[in-house]
Design a protein around this ligand. Structure first.
Ligand code: PLP
Length: 381
């Protein structure tokens, strides 16, 4: 079995306590250019649904954005297609430069990717090991834990607080030497905030050598401050950003890791070559539309608030969210309701083992949410 891991990477894996079998498996996967067998949101969503989702279904299961890319992004993508015979690396550099400027960090602190799943997985491979667990909130986004399990790194799940924030005090003391502490803000699946003061606290009080992986996939949907100033101050923090959510580019693929160059260099060592130029120009064009974030936050926020007030009026129990999804307590095994809704052509999200009677619902269009309300009333009657 040939391995594409460099000698330096192999030595690093051995030093971190990996078995030769584990890094051989990883090297072979990378060598075959195979997708790492982890999961992103759409794959996880698909797993929880029943087979192929019909084209005419209400698809509120994967935290996608039905608005799609903004017109400026669509035009930039359209214009670049004919040039797609070239790698066009400069488009990736230009995107990184603009994201760096807007984030108040140097361009060397921004590492573009085709979405944020790759840097999330690579961070786990780079910083976790059998003796360096991943510490994550529960319920939380599962992709990091799946990557950790693949390399036999322990996963410590820390329940969210009563206000559905990450329990930073418990996370900081969960283990003496975590590789990563993963905080998703706002959280997936709950759509709830971990206050800025708590994030600052854990950055200051985490075990030495641990990296805080701050996933800001949904930050644009809330009015919370970005945490990029922590990166600018050279803290042990890597921020993940994606264009799959507010920017509506899940299928087009663009994202970035933002961190101190020595930290993001460790992620880079896992990645392949050129990025899809369509994703890069679409993301760059989106960043230049100054009004986009506020406009879309309002559109999605208004539909979310309308749905939540309908739920409250009809005596449903849910977790208040500031994001494009929310957790609904159906007071029966959640999977039953997922199936019953799918039978009505409304595909809602999955169920987390620690919250078995909750289902996650993504905020779709007004029309989709009307269909959701009707189907839910029938299923719960
Ligand atoms: N992080 C979180 C919290 C997510 O919910 C998702 C997907 O839904 C991702 C990362 C990865 O998304 P993508 O690879 O499309 O950027």
């Amino acid at each position: 079995m040939t391995s594409l891991l460099s000698d330096e990477q192999k030595q690093d894996f051995v030093k971190r306590g990996f078995s030769r079998r584990t890094f051989g498996r990883l090297g072979a996967l990378l060598g075959a250019s195979a997708a790492l067998p982890f999961y992103n949101e759409s794959a996880l969503a698909q797993l929880s649904s029943i087979g192929r989702i019909p084209d005419d279904a209400v698809k509120i299961n994967a935290n996608e954005n039905p608005l799609g890319p903004c017109p400026e992004a669509a035009e930039a993508i359209h214009n670049v297609v004919r040039k797609g015979g070239r790698y066009l690396y400069e488009e990736t550099f230009d995107f990184a430069k603009t994201l760096a400027e807007q984030s108040g960090v140097k361009p060397t602190y921004v590492d573009p990717y085709a979405g944020s799943s790759d840097p999330l997985h690579y961070a786990v491979l780079a910083f976790c090991s059998p003796s360096k667990p991943l510490v994550a909130g529960d319920p939380g986004y599962e992709a990091g834990a799946r990557a950790a399990k693949f390399i036999n790194a322990p996963v410590i799940q820390v329940p969210l607080t009563k206000t559905y924030a990450h329990d930073v005090k418990a996370m900081a003391t969960a283990h003496a030497t975590p590789g990563l502490i993963y905080i998703c803000n706002p959280n997936n699946p709950t759509g709830t905030i971990t206050p800025r003061a708590d994030i600052e606290w854990i950055v200051a009080n985490k075990p030495e050598g641990t990296v805080i992986l701050l996933d800001e996939a949904y930050i644009h949907l809330s009015t919370e401050p970005f945490a990029t100033d922590l990166v600018a101050r050279d803290k042990d923090v890597i921020i993940l950003r994606t264009f799959s959510k507010l920017y509506g580019m899940a299928g087009l693929r663009a994202g970035a890791a933002i961190g101190r160059p020595d930290l993001i260099a460790k992620l880079k060592s896992f990645r392949g070559g050129a990025l899809p130029v369509t994703g890069m120009v679409g993301a760059h064009a989106s960043l230049k539309v100054k009004t986009l974030v506020a406009e879309r936050r309002k559109i999605i926020g208004d539909i979310r608030e309308d749905t939540l007030s309908w739920l409250a009026k009809n005596n449903y129990e849910f977790v208040p969210s500031v994001s494009n999804k929310f957790m609904l307590n159906v007071h029966r095994p959640g999977q039953e309701v997922v199936k019953a809704m799918a039978a009505k052509n409304v595909y809602i999200g999955r169920v987390w083992p620690s919250w078995p009677t909750h289902v996650r619902v993504t905020v779709g269009t007004r029309d989709e949410m009307e269909k959701f309300k009707k189907a839910l009333s029938e299923v719960m009657a």
